[in-house]
Design a protein around this ligand. Structure first.
Ligand code: NI
Length: 194
């Protein structure tokens, strides 16, 4: 089932999300709905708060990313085509490596892309959809997608990383998004739609 994606301005996107337990109701269905929702919106990641659930769960599939990169092999995209995963109760244990800038976008903030600076490498612990525990190291685009989605479960949006001037310049467009004054080809829920 395709779920509406919560737009910028909704308080659920600004809230730290809660850990879940194995007994969380209909978890597998929720995960499958989130993948369906993400694919139809052509996203590479989706966090539970973006479908209105304030829980520490996000999904990623980097394969569209790999296609987008064109013919030139890009070391930062290494392995991204097989990067389909579910992250439950993740914790970023460490961020390291050089900082790099990349234009991020977000399904909750359509049609806005801005450069965000983040560390290249992360060490992450999490449970997968079968509740197996993992500790893994990611870098490049994979780390970037995880950092963006991880921010969502902490109540942080990529726009929160922008400098005050950039934010000011975007203000009107962000207000328009929260009011639903935007044309978009996937289902969204706008907090301030009249
Ligand atoms: Ni996002």
């Amino acid at each position: 089932m395709i779920l509406p994606i919560i737009a910028f301005g909704d308080p659920v996107l600004k809230k730290g999300a809660e850990e879940i337990e194995e007994s969380y109701p209909d978890l597998q269905q929720l995960i499958s709905d989130m993948f369906e929702t993400m694919y139809q919106a052509k996203g590479v990641g989706l966090a539970a708060p973006q479908i209105g659930k304030s829980i520490r769960l996000f999904i990623v599939d980097g394969s569209p990313f790999a296609d987008e990169e064109g013919e030139e092999p890009d070391p930062k995209a290494n392995g991204i085509e097989h990067f389909k995963k579910v992250f439950i109760n993740p914790i970023i244990e460490e961020e390291s490596g050089p900082k790099w800038s990349f234009q991020e976008g977000c399904l909750s903030i359509p049609k806005i892309r801005e450069n965000v600076i983040r560390n290249e490498k992360i060490t992450l612990t999490y449970f997968d959809e079968k509740w197996n525990f993992h500790e893994e190291v990611y870098d490049g685009y994979a780390a970037r997608i995880i950092q963006h989605e991880y921010d969502h479960i902490e109540g942080v949006l990529f726009t929160d990383h922008l400098n005050p001037l950039k934010k000011k310049l975007l203000h009107k467009r962000l207000v328009n998004i929260s009011n639903g004054e935007i044309s978009i080809d996937y289902k969204m829920k706008f907090p301030n739609k009249k």
